[in-house]
Write a protein that binds this ligand. Sequence first.
Ligand code: F6P
Length: 341
Amino acid sequence: MRVGVLTGGGDCPGLNAVIRGVVRKGAKEYGMEFVGFRDGWRGPLDNHTCPLGVPQVRGILPRGGTILGSSRTNPFSVEGGVEQILDNLGSNGCDALITIGGEDTLGVATRLAELGVNIVGVPKTIDNDLSGTDFTFGFDTAVNIAMEAIDRLHTTAESHHRVLVVEVMGRHAGWIALHCGLAGGANIILIPERPFDIERVCAQVESRFATHYSPIIVVAEGAEPAAGTMSLTSGDTDEFGHVRLGGIGDALAKGIERRTGKEARAVVLGHIQRGGTPTAFDRWLATRFGLHAAQAVHERDFATMVALRGTEIVRVPLAEGTGELKTVRPELYDEAEVLFG
Ligand code: F6P
């Protein structure tokens, strides 16, 4: 059996561990051959391939990024894109395709599976917002990087009696903010699921200073002020129509400074959260996802996605992984609020 593999969307620590798991299991147990498609859906669209076999996956387990490259290409927004993909899968002799990606990449995979392409999906995103799986790999690494940053920011905030606002990734879901905020002892956590009131944030800042400590605020990039309280600028959009975010941290720091008179600075962690070596948990999860994806292909269980439920790897329909975003439940945020201020 000849299997294509691609990684799409924002990169994420653990992608190489998945590729290695797929190739090692597929080659050794099922005698599979592989074709690497470069740069997400751009690869099968432009027939941009690379050799992929056991020699290519040696030593890649701890490496961040993806040896296949990635992009946010949407073949459905390219004229004749789907036909090109079908032709190129055929000319490369691919019987199946393993697609490692998030909401957008797997959304395309779902539509192609409906058109008859043999696809198995592997969920990926540092945002942890894909439904159908308890966790996605990359999330744990991002949380640990952000936690370490918060630990460091506490000491410099104290030295200068400043407010430090840490902006983390999380477009629609506040999972990274909530987890790193709790782990790092942040004094306020702001997430997209709960529009914030700047006056309330300022009151919590003042109460923190009143106890002679300097506040650390963690804000997810997609967090929004409650209607009519603060205005924000928005940026360009990508091929899937997502606005490029960034800027809430700075806006918040300026708003706090203006209202409280306390010095406030913003730190944007940005792509640092996505780079570098994965944690042990992410290597474990990504490797197991890869092993199970190869098995699903071997069993011809297509239009499925591998997923984590508890400690088991299961298969769910591809559409289930992308159908609805997994956002932070209100009770989880409420639970954390006792620590604010
Ligand atoms: O989708 C994951 C994510 O990390 C989002 O949180 C963020 O908005 C986006 O990627 C930014 O990615 P890029 O800069 O690559 O477009």
